[in-house]
Design a protein around this ligand. Structure first.
Ligand SMILES: Nc1ncnc2c1ncn2[C@@H]1O[C@H](COP(=O)(O)OP(=O)(O)OP(=O)(O)O)[C@@H](O)[C@H]1O
Ligand SMILES: [Mg+2]
Length: 399
């Protein structure tokens, strides 16, 4: 059992633990005490999210840089939010802790508009010639067609992250990080996404040759159940995440795991089988069917399930299951190598992992089978609530 306590379980107001990493302040992966209170059945019974408030879009935000009257330190404000320390890094800017006028805390993700515009242009240049797929075409993603309409984008810079916003607006589930507001300050280079705060940061920091302390069985099971509920809901909304990994699994002050980062997610038409030929995601978490050049359409849901398995392996063993120095060797290893489960004694766990990390996506376990697997349900003693009871009705914003 891992009994290390590095973050207080009870102190909700405590500042997140910070690791100094190459000059940056990054949240330390949570290590949470085994308090004996991980009653998975109770935990997963309690989750019934309420109707969500519509996401606010603010196009005339104002950034202010002032000096704090309390201690003379510099203060950055965006409208009602006071921006505090950096808690993470995204590919288009930093993620900061922020507090509003009532002291409620949020995570604010920043995007550089100039970098987003460069990305949009390079997408436009790379777009294949020939007839464009239309949005009504079978199985075509509903977004990710780079904008041809620059005037649209000049009028409303939020257009630059419209895919991520559109996806997050659709979501209302306690195992997915929710979006509260998006802001643009027309006089600055940044766009901001205000999200619910996950105080304990990433569930684990693990990477190529980066080891972490593994979690005990009960934590692994509890968090994997959270992951199942979040991703099952996501898939039911016609969205595949495509970048599931410990770095995108955050933990809040109640020790609930929430999936974040819909930057490469894809949204499909209703009743689509969610097949896609797009390659995205982090190499070590890619399924074998995406580790080949010029792969055709693959199942987005089966790909997410593979990445969930790689994530669970990380939580349980504190390291990646496939680790190679070059991308070529890594892809070859994912396609051909069997995973080393050290001297794992838990046969039920082994059975589930072998069905998740099944190389053939057509034979891989599906979400319905996974949520009923004896390792997940403690041999039937702790079944997950049926899907419908775990989701809230989404209330459409008034028009
Ligand atoms: N809601 C949140 N609460 C706490 N920390 C967060 C939150 N959102 C993001 N972070 C921190 O910031 C990091 C980067 O955020 P995120 O994963 O959204 O960006 P990214 O990986 O660069 O995404 P993108 O692919 O969209 O650029 C996370 O790994 C996490 O450490
Ligand atoms: Mg991320």
């Amino acid at each position: 059992m891992d009994d290390t306590v590095e973050t207080s379980l009870s102190d909700v107001s405590a500042a997140p633990s910070i690791d100094s990493h190459e000059g940056m302040s990054l949240p330390r992966a949570v290590r949470i005490a085994s308090s004996g209170s991980y009653d998975s059945l109770q935990r997963h019974r309690r989750r019934n999210p309420r109707a969500r408030r519509p996401v606010k879009e603010t196009l005339d935000a104002r950034s202010e840089y002032t000096t704090s009257q309390d201690d003379g330190t510099a203060e950055h404000r965006i409208n009602q939010y006071i921006i505090k320390q950096e808690i993470g890094r995204g590919s288009f800017g930093a993620v900061h802790l922020a507090a509003d006028q009532f002291g409620h805390e949020y995570a604010v993700k920043e995007f550089s508009k100039s970098r987003l515009r460069k990305r949009a242009q390079s997408h436009l240049l790379r777009r294949p010639r020939g007839p464009r797929r239309t949005d009504t075409e079978f199985n075509s993603p509903l977004h990710r067609h780079p904008s041809q309409d620059d005037s649209e984008n000049a009028k409303n810079p939020l257009y630059l992250i419209k895919e991520e916003i559109a996806i997050m607006k659709k979501l209302n589930h306690s195992n997915l990080v929710s979006l509260i507001e998006v802001l643009d300050d027309p006089t600055e280079d940044s766009l901001y996404m205000v999200m619910e705060m996950c105080k304990k940061g990433v569930v684990m920091k693990v990477g190529l040759e980066e080891r972490a302390d593994p979690y005990d069985d009960e934590h692994c099971r509890c968090w994997f159940r959270d992951l199942i509920l979040g991703i099952e809901y996501l898939h039911a909304q016609g969205i595949v995440h495509r970048d599931i990994k410990p770095d995108n699994c955050l933990v809040n002050s109640d020790d609930v795991l929430k999936v974040v980062d819909f930057g490469v997610s894809e949204m499909f038409e209703k009743d689509s089988d969610m097949f896609t030929a797009k390659s995205a995601g982090s190499p070590a978490f890619l399924p074998p069917e995406l580790c080949v050049a010029k792969h055709g359409d693959v199942s987005g849901t089966a790909a997410d399930i593979w990445s969930m398995g790689v994530t669970l392996y990380c939580l349980r063993y504190g390291k990646l299951p496939f680790e190679q120095q070059s991308i070529f060797e890594l892809y070859e290893s994912i396609r051909n190598d069997t995973v080393d489960f050290e001297d794992e004694q838990d046969e039920i766990f082994m059975d589930m992992m072998s069905r998740i990390l099944e190389k053939d996506p057509a034979k891989r376990i599906n979400m319905r089978e996974l949520r009923e697997h004896p390792w997940v349900t403690a041999s039937g003693a702790e079944p997950l609530l049926p899907y419908k009871e775990n989701t809230a009705q989404i209330i459409e914003p008034p028009h």
